[in-house]
Design a protein around this ligand. Structure first.
Ligand code: PMP
Length: 314
């Protein structure tokens, strides 16, 4: 993923990969105190940051819920992203990760100082047939709002994903699907779950123990507004998933992973199914700026300057 030429944005500066470190005694290192966003950059006739507004809103919500200070401006976040892309000579598609880490020392309630870190990884446009997965239901339950809120995009939440993914792989599946504490379908280890049932796009509600995914929201809107596909946001039983026509996982990192089978039962349509392919085609057109109606989801490069001191150095 990285090499000696990879550059990282940290606290207003572009620095070499190996210099981007935090102390072992920090609350970020000891207890995993961090929040982050994974953001897509797509190339159309220029580079677009996909739904940056929604990502920054969610990042601010994670900061508030973690009771961290809101010390960064939107301009600073955006500046960090464009500087990181530039420093790594990325002019096409990329996956961007914007993280806020507690670098202060002490117990797990320490809330500062913070470090703002941005990384960018180039990626090639892909085809869905190369990304299909087998899913197995995990014996682990999804974390819930009463103990470890999945709505917060915080690194430590991924320990739940780690348990489930390791367990799934140990049983021969590519990925895991988790039930929530009420026994209903929640989400996968780093993605939301969507299925096509009797022609409708069906996905669990935001109260099912899921991250409020921006990709999920995008597909719900594209399906309803662009493709005329009925949308159902409702509870899903475990057995209903395996008798779906199609299913896919979605997130900003792997975008769409069509599901071949669940618990060893093949879905009705060979993955990627026809509805998944239509949704993907529309998603790509929206993300690459080919549908004018969705242009306000795209942020283009303008010379944003951060309000705080410390402009990025080359
Ligand atoms: N659920 C979990 C647990 C995730 O980690 C992610 C990835 N951020 C998602 C869902 C999808 O969210 P998004 O579409 O905003 O990337």
């Amino acid at each position: 993923m990285s090499n000696s030429k990879t550059k990282i944005y940290m606290d207003g500066k572009i620095i070499p990969w190996e210099s981007a470190t935090i102390h072992v005694a920090s609350t970020g290192a000891k207890y995993g105190a961090n929040v982050f966003e994974g953001i897509c950059c797509y190339y159309g006739d220029q580079q677009y940051l996909f739904r940056l507004r929604e990502h920054l809103d969610r990042l601010r919500e994670s900061i508030d819920l973690m009771r961290l200070p809101q010390q960064y401006s939107d301009a600073e976040f955006e500046h960090a992203i464009w500087e990181t892309l530039k420093a790594n000579d990325i002019s096409g598609d990329a996956h961007i990760r914007l993280s806020i880490i507690v670098t202060g020392e002490g117990l797990y309630d320490v809330s500062g100082p913070l470090a703002l870190v941005c990384t960018a990884t180039p990626r090639e446009p892909g085809t869905l047939s190369d990304r299909t997965v087998s899913l197995g239901f995990s014996s682990w339950r999804r974390i819930d709002d009463a103990s470890m809120p999945p709505r917060i995009k915080a690194g430590p939440n991924y320990h739940n994903g780690r348990f489930a993914l390791m367990d799934a792989k140990r049983h021969g599946y590519d990925e895991a699907l988790l039930l929530n504490s009420a026994g209903m379908v929640s989400e996968s280890t780093n993605s939301c779950f969507m299925m096509i049932r009797r022609g409708a796009l069906v996905t669990p509600p935001v109260s099912a123990g899921i991250l409020e995914s921006i990709t999920r929201d995008t597909f719900l809107k594209i399906a309803a507004d662009e493709l005329g596909i009925p949308v159902e946001v409702r509870e899903i039983d475990r057995t209903e998933t395996a008798i779906a026509e199609e299913a896919f996982l979605c997130n900003s990192f792997q975008e769409v992973r069509p599901v071949r089978s669940i618990d060893g039962i093949k879905l009705k349509r060979t993955a990627p199914g026809p509805v998944t392919l239509r949704l993907w085609d529309s998603y790509e057109n929206v993300g690459r700026g080919r549908i004018s109606k969705y242009r306000d989801w795209l942020t283009t490069r303008v010379d944003v300057q951060p309000q705080k001191s410390g402009a990025a150095a080359e």
